[in-house]
Design a protein around this ligand. Structure first.
Ligand code: 0O2
Length: 211
């Protein structure tokens, strides 16, 4: 028998699968043009039921209001090499007409107290079902590889300590966030050097493939 949660999550699963193909397709298009892709890689997930219930409790969201009030049941992440790529990706998302942007949250100029940096775009995405169209909220997080590294590590530690970090870990995470910020800054400064090297490398790989 199909359970209530399976039915509820089905459009979210469909949206994540469709958007993974669409957003990865953007990267492929840059590659085919032989130019730097502002998108390094894309991931997607549907929030596990236990996390939905946890968040609903923490944020006082009634279970019958999840669709309207929980924006990240379906989540996509777009990873970029450079901070400037994030702007390019956001611009590209704003130009699309297969969904509507309902909110943007800039945790890059306004980083979170934890040290978290990322750019969040919440979209309303139409899923085609056998009963017609259903629009659902999806959160797209756009961040650099360094921001992603920090967030992934912090997220696992958060899970381990249930958000109550010992002081030394908290301080180290703050320092790590600062280091990730500096890493992004340094990489931005030598961006053109890096891109030239990457372009030369792909030309060499292509030539090898043609041999
Ligand atoms: P998961 O496990 O990533 O799916 P809130 O949850 O109150 O902070 P809200 O309103 O849901 O915020 O919106 P926000 O902050 O734009 O998006 C929440 C998501 O952003 C989180 O999802 C994380 O993915 C990410 N995020 C926000 N702050 C932090 C942080 O300090 N550290 C890390 N590692 N990630 C963060 P969830 O719900 O935590 O779940």
């Amino acid at each position: 028998m199909v359970k209530h949660w399976d039915l509820f999550l089905a459009p979210y699963k469909q949206a994540v699968e469709e958007l993974k193909v669409k957003l990865k397709g953007m990267r492929t298009q840059f590659e085919m043009q032989g130019v730097h892709s502002p998108i390094e890689f894309v991931t997607g997930r549907v929030k596990p039921i236990a996390s939905i219930l946890d968040k609903a409790q923490k944020k006082n969201i009634p279970l019958d209001k999840l669709e309207e009030q929980m924006q990240d049941i379906a989540g996509l992440r777009m990873m970029c090499q450079f901070v400037d790529d994030i702007k390019t990706v956001v611009e590209l998302l704003r130009k699309r007409n297969d969904f509507e942007i309902v909110e943007e949250r800039d945790y890059i100029t306004q980083k979170k107290e934890s040290g978290y940096r990322s750019y969040h775009v919440v979209i309303r995405y139409p899923v085609q079902t056998i009963h017609g169209e259903k629009k659902i909220l999806v959160e797209i997080q756009i961040r650099t590889l360094a921001m992603n590294f920090w967030a992934t590590i912090e997220h696992s530690l958060n899970y381990k300590y249930s958000g109550r970090f010992p002081e030394d870990i908290k301080a180290r995470l703050q320092r790590a966030a600062e280091a990730a910020y500096l890493l992004d800054e340094e990489m931005s400064k030598i961006r053109f050097e890096i891109q030239e090297a990457q372009a030369a490398f792909s030309r060499k790989q292509e030539a090898k493939g043609e041999e």
